[in-house]
Design a binder for this molecule. Structure first.
Ligand code: NAD
Ligand code: UD1
Length: 340
């Protein structure tokens, strides 16, 4: 019999790709999502890719009574992957209490119900944002964390601490904290991908929307950073690689790893904004008009991961070449925009 995994936020960008990876690895998947930033169309996509539609429960993780009913129906689950959270950095500055209530309230409810129903394993979506502006590069899991620069970032630092304290106090719980660098791209089938609301804040959807003619021109934020070409550097990780890391993390815990594991998920390579724009042209043949704009407040000049720990302990590493990832992002955008 296959093992059941609860995926909160499973209808979202990273969640839907992780549903595919879990089903392909032989797990049974139940999605808990309130569709605040997604629709069930993503689960239709998962069904077309895998032949299996995950069971879906429309539930708000911040509502403990509703979440308890959902857990009660799936008390046989062996683990939870907790994606459900709000993620817009700017909005979190405007509406901090909304972010703390949703991201931390939801997490606390999930942990409480895992205890109540004896579901032992949790994988938590953390972020490279916990490193702030690092003193040394690449960052390892030992690199000191910096005070968060937004309420969103604070929910990730606090979320990690809440989980560490919970596992210390309740030894039946085990956790894996995954610090994502910059996930981009889509499933190669273009059945699922990233669907940002309104004007994208993030670089990759802004590039593909500009390539599709939805946006006139990409604004590149700053060309005078202390980096090799003056542009900000990030570690762009393929979404399918990222999804598979969640399966590796679960397997590691199911095989008996105790306590809390913390892992960077990146490629180990940095790329500048300009390198990404150029690689997009090479991969797709599409030119993205751009202009140089002012630096964006709060941007980190350069960050990329040392992901050796995940390779050593989880037996996971990024495999998809950047060109393939960029081609998948474009294929998805064309599908969404109805471009032949
Ligand atoms: P997403 O918005 O596409 O997915 C989040 C999903 O959670 C959505 O389907 C949304 O409807 C759901 N959700 C939100 N609040 C909920 C609640 N209270 N109850 C039930 N469902 C709820 O975002 P994503 O990019 O897939 O991100 C997933 C996780 O990864 C988030 O925790 C995010 O903070 C984290 N993360 C994302 C990135 C990134 O670049 N995308 C980077 C680092 C960390
Ligand atoms: C941002 C968030 C981070 C969050 C992550 C995923 C900030 C400061 N950081 O990371 O907390 O975890 O998204 O949601 O918001 N860029 C442009 N033009 C654009 C958009 C981006 O030049 O129109 C540049 C940025 O300056 C940056 C790079 O592209 O150098 C990547 O930006 P983005 O995709 O927003 O990711 P991060 O800033 O790394």
């Amino acid at each position: 019999m296959s093992q059941k995994i609860i995926v909160t936020g499973g209808a979202g960008y990273i969640g839907s790709h992780t549903c595919v990876a879990l089903i392909e690895a032989g797990f049974e998947v139940v999605v808990f999502d309130n569709l605040s930033n997604s629709t069930t169309a993503s689960l239709d996509g998962v069904a077309r890719i895998t032949g299996t539609r995950p069971e879906f429960i429309n539930v708000d993780c911040a509502d403990i009574a509703a979440l308890r009913a959902a857990f009660a129906a799936h008390r046989d689950a062996v683990g939870v992957i907790h994606f459900a959270a709000y993620k817009a950095v700017g909005e979190s500055v405007e509406k901090p209490l909304l972010y703390y209530r949703n991201n931390l309230g939801g997490l606390i409810n999930v942990l409480d119900l895992m205890r109540e129903f004896d579901v032992p394993n949790i994988v938590f979506s953390s972020s490279a944002t916990v490193y702030g502006v690092p003193d040394t590069l690449p960052v390892t899991e030992e690199t000191p964390l910096q005070p968060a620069t937004s309420p969103y970032g604070a929910t990730k630092v606090m979320g990690e601490n809440i989980i560490r304290d919970a596992v210390r106090a309740y030894p039946q719980l085990r956790a894996t904290l995954l610090r994502y660098f910059n996930p981009i791209g889509a499933h190669p089938s273009a059945e699922i991908g990233e669907l940002p609301n309104g004007v994208p804040n993030n670089l990759m959807p802004y590039i593909t929307q500009t390539a599709a003619g939805i946006r006139e021109c990409l604004n590149i934020f700053g060309d005078d950073y202390d980096t090799p070409d003056g542009f900000c550097v990030r570690d762009y990780i393929d979404i399918n690689d990222l999804a598979r890391a969640h399966v590796a993390a679960l397997r590691h815990m199911l095989n008996g790893a105790d306590g809390v594991g913390t892992f960077n998920l990146g490629t180990g390579r940095g790329a500048s904004v300009m390198e990404l724009v150029n690689a997009f042209r090479t991969a797709t043949g599409v030119d993205v008009p751009y202009k140089i704009a002012a630096r964006r407040a709060g941007d980190v000049p350069a960050i990329w991961a040392n992901a050796d720990l995940a390779a050593r302990v989880l037996n996971w590493h990024a495999t998809v070449p950047l060109g393939e990832t960029l081609a998948s992002a474009w294929r998805w955008q064309k599908q969404v925009s109805g471009i032949k």
